[in-house]
Design a protein around this ligand. Structure first.
Ligand SMILES: Nc1ncnc2c1ncn2[C@@H]1O[C@H](COP(=O)(O)OP(=O)(O)OP(=O)(O)O)[C@@H](O)[C@H]1O
Ligand code: SF4
Ligand SMILES: [Mg+2]
Length: 323
């Protein structure tokens, strides 16, 4: 497996009216070529800001440090000019709500051909031809009608297909999909996820799929990272995570969905997500953890390799129990 993108010790703070919010607390993850990596965790744990860090689309109140290595370069050190050659081209993104990315005032034709023309430096006619090809590639029937439509004349699923078509127009090596199907009906959700998988095989890109839905992870992803309050607490092959969840937080998450594959009985989660303005010291999960030990209150557990396909950040597995 060849590394495509590697996030190393990513810290992200936001200056807010109420003080500093310590949002990402040393996130590590590697995405390999040709894989679908799922990122899961409860609302507010930092999934979207992780992807925004990759694209360097963070607001001005953000303070970021660490490394995001892509094609041998640390993206965090690149200028905006250099980022423009990567963002939308080598790393593309689709969001939960395609309406927020499409301009309601312009027909799809204008929006697609403008983007394609600009980036590929080709004529309007050629750009329209390419737009039509891309709409066909995302299985939209009657591309001519779609091109003549305004965004509100299309269904949510169709709009998401248009966004995927646009995201593909530069042959990206990584597609970041942030809750791409959350706003859609269940049947359409499946179609869109299947489409992303089909296109991945055809165009050979990797996918960073952000979702809170473990069912989607099970069906779609090769590997998965579990985030809790700005930390990556467990990374594993999908089958392995479902069969042998190691981190108490992962066990709690999985306990909410009945699945005969779990070998051990899982404890449901108790308590609430902590405030990131004053996060718990040591392991951020310790106030909610039934296995808490004294060390957990003081020392942050590092993400360690349990096996080649399984990483976990928890003192239960790190040999620090007596500290
Ligand atoms: N511009 C900002 N200023 C201050 N805090 C922010 C800002 N953007 C995000 N945050 C905070 O960062 C944390 C992580 O947010 P993020 O949007 O990444 O969560 P998420 O895991 O994507 O959640 P969801 O599942 O709801 O999409 C949250 O606590 C959020 O309030
Ligand atoms: S490090 Fe300690 S508190 Fe954190 S999950 Fe592991 S056992 Fe629980
Ligand atoms: Mg989000």
């Amino acid at each position: 497996m060849k590394e495509l993108l590697s996030i190393q010790d990513l810290h992200l703070n936001f200056r807010t009216f109420w003080g500093m919010a310590y949002v990402l607390d040393g996130v590590n993850l590697t995405i390999y070529e040709d894989e679908v990596f799922g990122l899961v965790g409860e609302t507010g744990c930092g999934k979207s800001v992780t992807s925004m860090s990759i694209l360097k689309l963070l607001p001005s109140n953000a303070e970021v440090s660490g490394k995001i290595i892509f094609e041998g370069k640390n993206l965090l050190e690149l200028s905006e000019k250099e980022m423009k050659k990567i963002r939308g081209r080598k790393i593309s993104m689709v969001f939960q709500d395609p309406m927020s990315s499409l301009n309601p005032l312009f027909k799809i034709k204008a929006q697609m051909s403008d983007v394609i023309k600009l980036h590929h430096n080709i004529s309007k006619e050629e750009a329209l031809k390419k737009a039509k090809e891309l709409l066909k590639a995302v299985n939209l029937p009657d591309p001519d009608r779609i091109l003549e439509s305004y965004p509100h004349q299309l269904s949510g699923g169709m709009r998401q297909r248009v966004m995927i078509a646009l995201a593909l127009s530069f042959n990206p090596s990584l597609l970041i999909a942030d809750e791409p199907t959350t706003a859609l009906d269940v049947t359409i959700q499946k179609q869109i996820l299947d489409l992303i998988l089909e296109l991945k095989e055809q165009y050979h890109f990797s996918v960073l799929l952000i979702t809170h839905d473990l069912g989607v992870v099970a069906e779609t992803c090769d590997r998965v990272g579990v985030m809790y309050a700005g930390n990556m607490v467990e990374i594993a092959d999908v089958e392995e995570l479902f069969e042998n969840p190691m981190h108490p937080y992962t066990q709690g998450l999985l306990s909410a969905i009945p699945d005969p594959r779990y070998k051990k009985p899982l404890k449901p989660l108790r308590g609430n997500v902590p405030s990131l303005l004053d996060p718990p010291k040591g392991c951020r999960f310790h106030p909610r953890c039934d296995f808490m030990m004294p060390v957990c209150k003081n020392k942050k557990p590092p993400l360690v390799e349990y096996s080649k396909t399984h990483y976990v950040a928890c003192h239960l597995y790190g040999g620090n129990k007596n500290e």
